[in-house]
Design a protein around this ligand. Structure first.
Ligand code: AMP
Ligand code: ZN
Ligand code: FE
Ligand code: FE
Length: 293
């Protein structure tokens, strides 16, 4: 029987994962994945290499991306699937987001310095090794220098929202994040809804209502850090609003050592059949893009 498992949320060295795109695809093939999406933060630079590797390995590849949206007090990330890497709108917005990171990151470095941490921003850039520098790279440096015991510890003590060295970054408002993905011909999906940190079911319902009204296509209900109950709850909150259900691990290699590709924390199971709905939504976005809606 052909393996039916897929992973629709992964990060490579092009953002804050530890495996190069081709290596990530080889690992996915070894893990028995039938299809995989690469969803780096704010960049599509890894897609070409990943696509070539997927062709060699005989697995299906989906162009993806993850962008951050303005939201408080929790975190809102929007995933895009089947985006067109040639989209000029996408290129322009991604450049803007990278510029915002270039302003934010040195500020994080100087906050850390003022907290007594001896680091130079160039060391962080060296660890990142690419154009997208993110907080996990700071966390890795803090770990290497012995300031913290783990990546998670670095977030808890210094880098998490609200912690001492946290600096806000410019983000798209949710409507713009969703529109951007649609303009690039892709389907827009809310990543890891637990990170919205909603305090009640009413609050979560209200956010889902708003996102559905903005044209969100789907919700990543099947996620490594969701309990089985949360997976069911988010799935029914999505489908009752006409949105599709998706899933993924959010694999970052050694930056999230407890998360495995495809299997997450061991119990993740994202079925290939979920791709049907995503393909349908992306087709609709591509058609309305061509007709200039
Ligand atoms: P950035 O895009 O630079 O804001 O960094 C986002 C990355 O940091 C994502 O990969 C998140 O998984 C990770 N991250 C954000 N907040 C936390 C946290 N509180 N604990 C662990 N990782 C986090
Ligand atoms: Zn990340
Ligand atoms: Fe995310
Ligand atoms: Fe992610």
């Amino acid at each position: 029987m052909q393996n039916d498992l897929i992973d629709l949320h992964t990060h490579s060295t092009c953002s804050d994962g530890s495996d190069a795109p081709g290596q990530l695809i080889r690992l996915a093939a070894q893990a028995g994945a039938r299809a995989i999406a690469l969803t780096d933060h704010d960049t599509i630079d890894g897609l070409a290499e990943a696509r070539q590797a997927a062709a060699r390995e005989g697995i299906e590849f989906i162009n993806g991306i993850e962008v951050s949206a303005e939201y408080s007090p929790g975190t809102m990330h929007i995933l895009g699937y089947y985006i067109d890497p040639q989209s000029e709108t996408l290129a322009a917005q991604l450049e803007m987001l990278l510029n915002a990171r270039d302003r934010r990151n040195p500020e994080i470095a100087s906050r850390l310095q003022s907290l007594g941490v001896e680091i130079d921003y160039s060391e962080v850039e060296e660890i990142a090794g690419g154009e997208v520098v993110g907080r996990p790279h700071f966390a890795r440096l803090l770990l290497q220098k012995g300031y913290v015991e783990s990546i998670q510890n670095a977030f808890d003590r210094y880098l998490a929202k609200g912690a001492a060295a946290y600096v806000e970054k410019a983000r798209l408002v949710p409507q713009d994040a969703i529109d951007l993905i649609h303009k690039a011909g892709g389907a827009a999906v809310l990543a890891h809804p637990y990170q919205l940190k909603c305090k009640s079911q009413e609050e979560a319902d209200a956010v889902f209502d708003q996102l559905a009204a903005l044209g969100l296509d789907g919700v990543e209900a099947v996620y490594s850090r969701h309990s089985p109950q949360d997976r069911e709850r988010y799935a029914s909150m999505a489908t009752s609003r006409g949105m599709i259900v998706t899933g993924g691990s959010d694999y970052h290699g050694t930056y999230k050592p407890d998360i495995r590709l495809v299997t997450g924390k061991g119990d993740l199971s994202v079925s290939y059949s979920l791709l049907d709905g995503i393909k349908e939504r992306a087709r609709a976005a591509a058609i309305s893009r061509r007709s200039g809606d």
